[in-house]
Write a protein that binds this ligand. Structure first.
Ligand code: SAH
Length: 216
């Protein structure tokens, strides 16, 4: 069996660096996180392929390149507070955490939130996973240097931009045509003052309303 570190290295070179992601910090994060351990056991062998993968509850973990691209756009610095909407498997949270970000992640499906919490803590990633609808602010307080949305949003929720600290960055797949999204990077220059730029086209599972699936 090929050791996972070798497969991670190959994934980084062929799928990520070859497509133009050159930030060494991002490449190192993508090499260091054991992506296979965020998948159901029967899919672990497929962890390193160039594709999104199912994680149960009709949800998916993003393709490696897409996770890397969003991380590059978000550009988290050591010690930054980052908010993720759409924990899923917890993989993207682990990538950000491995770069030194303090990550809070919101998931609406209870069994996914629970599993992500277990996986992250068993691997030593200190991430706070909340079971909630990330379209709403709820009880969440404080400012974030980064906000990353990993489900397709018809539009940005106002509170995501408001929760950004000045100088902060928001990355989200925003629906541009029915069934097609495009990555939007929003940089906050000052309260109410933003610079938006559009990046890769992509496909994400939809951002849905309300939390579901029991208690956690
Ligand atoms: N970042 C994840 C993949 C995300 S898949 C990973 O690395 O594995 C998108 C996730 O967003 C799904 O788990 C879905 O349940 C969740 N989601 C969808 N709408 C949501 C909402 N309104 N609030 C919080 N999570 C949501």
């Amino acid at each position: 069996m090929i050791p996972w570190e070798k497969r991670a290295e190959e994934m980084v070179e062929k799928q990520i660096r070859a497509r133009g992601i050159l930030s060494e910090r991002v490449l190192e994060a993508m090499r260091s996180v054991p992506r296979h351990l965020f998948l159901p056991e029967h899919l672990r062998e497929s962890a390193w392929i160039d594709s999104p993968l199912p994680i149960g509850e009709e949800q998916t973990m993003s393709q490696p390149y897409m996770a890397a691209k969003m991380t590059e756009l978000l550009a988290p610095e050591e010690g930054d507070s980052v908010l993720e909407i759409g924990t899923g498997s917890g993989y993207q949270s682990a990538v950000l955490c491995s770069m030194g970000a303090k990550v809070t992640s919101i998931e609406r499906i209870a069994p996914l939130a629970e599993r992500a919490r277990e996986t992250l803590s068993s691997l030593g990633y200190d991430v706070s996973v909340l079971w909630s609808d990330g379209r709403e602010k709820g009880e969440l307080a404080g400012e974030f240097q980064g906000v990353i949305v990993t489900a397709a949003a018809p539009a940005l929720e106002a509170w995501w931009s408001e929760a950004l600290a000045p100088g902060g960055r928001l990355v989200a797949p925003v629906t541009v045509l029915s069934g097609s999204e495009r990555l939007l990077l929003r940089e906050k220059k000052a309260p109410g003052e933003y610079v938006d730029t559009w990046h890769d086209y992509c496909r994400f599972v939809p951002l849905l309303q309300g939390r579901t699936g029991g208690y956690c």
